[in-house]
Design a protein around this ligand. Structure first.
Ligand code: UD1
Ligand code: CA
Length: 446
């Protein structure tokens, strides 16, 4: 039997944030979600989350995680105190308890798998993950012999100068024999600089403690402050970009771009500098995105170009050119071979294949057929101050420059709207519609 417990009750004082530390986001997911995810391969029998500071908020964020048990720690008197709170929930449980720090978000699932299997092979009471860090400041120091046997852990602030020179650090990730740990937890004391109950003190009390050193020290980066948050973000971003470069994506200036974990890319996509993809984005083969673009929950077909533009909650077909300076807002649904040009905003509107909105337009709550040509400066006046209304434009129609289409209004197919028109009535197929004052000429007037 295997139980996984994540320590997530701390306030995260050093973050100086209204948000509990474990809810801070990193590449689109919170720290605690990432930590839970790192144990995904193990199929644990139980999953427990120790909550305390802003417990309700943390529970709410994770309410959709199947089978997760919340254990309250109140007040938060240290990591040992946190694990003590598991005793009622794990009464009679036999097997291993994997303890994960909620603020160590870069662990790879394979590393956790290896920790647990090493623990099972060696029959130790506890096996913990360690790393040799160039700068171990702030981390607990692990004292171990050459065979990997650990004699104890001392927190940075409780170390002597000599002890601090040991750079073997505690990652905050432990696989315990639960019954051995449960017998040890009541013996913890607050005899340390912070006056807290330290989980790390159980290691010296158990008979056999072993450690596994990670190959990549970045994996055990803990987050206590904003600087460490930024460092972890940088590590994750590099991992994501490296992954996609291996899959055939070109980044012209990789370090200037950020991705979320829920992005997918086809072959021969080019990501130009200063481009950011958030949420879940899917990008087809041959797209060119950027420079200077932001996509969020966007889906692009093949061979789409997005230049200096923003695309959010929108869907785009194949061969579409977007920008420069276009804004596709939620519900924009663009067919194949369309064109969305400079200073064009599209919201909650469908454009069928081949339609073009090239310059200076607002298209909202509209349905455009195929091969519609929207003239420069055309506006759908969709809002009457209370409600939003629909504009419908049939296939192959053209709107003249500076037309205002006052919704609700339906314009048929093959219609031409004269430049400068304000259209308030429906227009039948194949008509010319003009809605502007007649031009007056007074000759020899000057
Ligand atoms: C801890 C370890 C340290 C290790 C480091 C790795 C202890 C005493 N020290 O130090 O050896 O090198 O992690 O990152 O364990 N938490 C609770 N309840 C509490 C206190 C903390 O749930 O009462 C949670 C926090 O939310 C956090 C985790 O435990 O997710 C670690 O707490 P933190 O205060 O950040 O410990 P560190 O000082 O980083
Ligand atoms: Ca920490």
């Amino acid at each position: 039997m295997l139980a996984v417990a994540v320590l997530a009750a701390g306030k995260g004082t050093r973050m100086k944030s209204a948000l509990p530390k474990v809810l801070q986001p990193l590449a689109g997911a919170t720290l605690v979600e990432r930590v839970l995810d790192s144990a995904r391969n193990l199929n644990p029998d139980r999953r427990l989350l120790i909550v305390g500071h802003q417990a309700e908020r943390v529970e709410q964020q994770l309410s959709n995680v199947d089978g997760l048990e919340f254990v309250l720690q109140q007040p938060q008197n240290g990591t040992g105190h946190a694990v003590q709170q598991l005793m009622p929930a794990l009464e009679g449980f036999s097997g291993e308890l994997l303890v994960l720090n909620g603020d160590v978000p870069l662990l790879r699932a394979e590393t956790i798998d290896e920790l647990v299997s090493t623990h099972r092979r060696s029959g130790a009471d506890v096996t913990l993950l360690t790393a040799r860090l160039d700068d171990p400041t702030g981390y607990g120091r692990v004292f171990a012999d050459a065979s990997g046997q650990v004699s104890g852990i001392i927190e940075h602030r409780d170390c002597s100068d000599e002890q601090r020179s040991n750079n073997l650090t505690n990652a905050g990730i432990y696989c315990f024999n639960w019954s051995k740990l449960a017998a040890t937890l009541p013996k913890l004391s607050t005899d340390n600089d912070q006056g807290e109950l330290y989980l790390t003190d159980t290691v010296a009390m158990l008979d056999k403690a072993m450690h596994v050193e990670v190959a990549d020290p970045d994996e055990v980066n803990g987050i206590n402050n904003r600087k460490q948050l930024a460092q972890c973000e940088a590590v994750l971003q590099e991992r994501l970009r490296d992954h996609w470069m291996n899959e055939g994506v070109t980044f012209v200036d990789p370090s200037s771009c950020t991705l979320s974990e829920h992005c997918s890319f086809g072959r021969d996509v080019v990501i130009e500098p200063q481009t950011h993809l958030r949420g879940s984005c899917s990008i087809g083969d041959g797209c060119r995105i950027g420079p200077g673009s932001m996509l969020e929950n966007a889906s692009l077909g093949k061979d789409v170009s997005v230049l200096l533009s923003v695309v959010r909650e929108a869907q785009v077909g194949d061969g579409v050119a977007i920008g420069p300076y276009a804004h596709l807002r939620p519900g924009a649904d663009i067919g194949n071979q369309c064109r969305i040009g400079n200073f064009v905003e599209v919201k909650k509107s469908r454009l069928d294949n081949g339609s073009k909105v090239n310059h200076l337009s607002y298209i909202g709550d509209a349905q455009l057929g195929q091969d519609v040509n929207v003239g420069a400066g055309t506006i759908t006046a969709n809002y009457d101050g209370v409600n939003k209304h629909q504009t419908v434009i049939g296939d192959s129609s053209k709107t003249g420059a500076n037309s205002v289409l006052v919704a609700p209004v339906t314009i048929g197919a093959n219609v031409t709207i004269g430049a400068g028109s304000t259209i308030t009535k429906n227009v039948p197929d194949s008509a010319l519609a003009l809605g502007r004052a007649k031009q007056l000429i007074k000759e020899n007037w000057s």
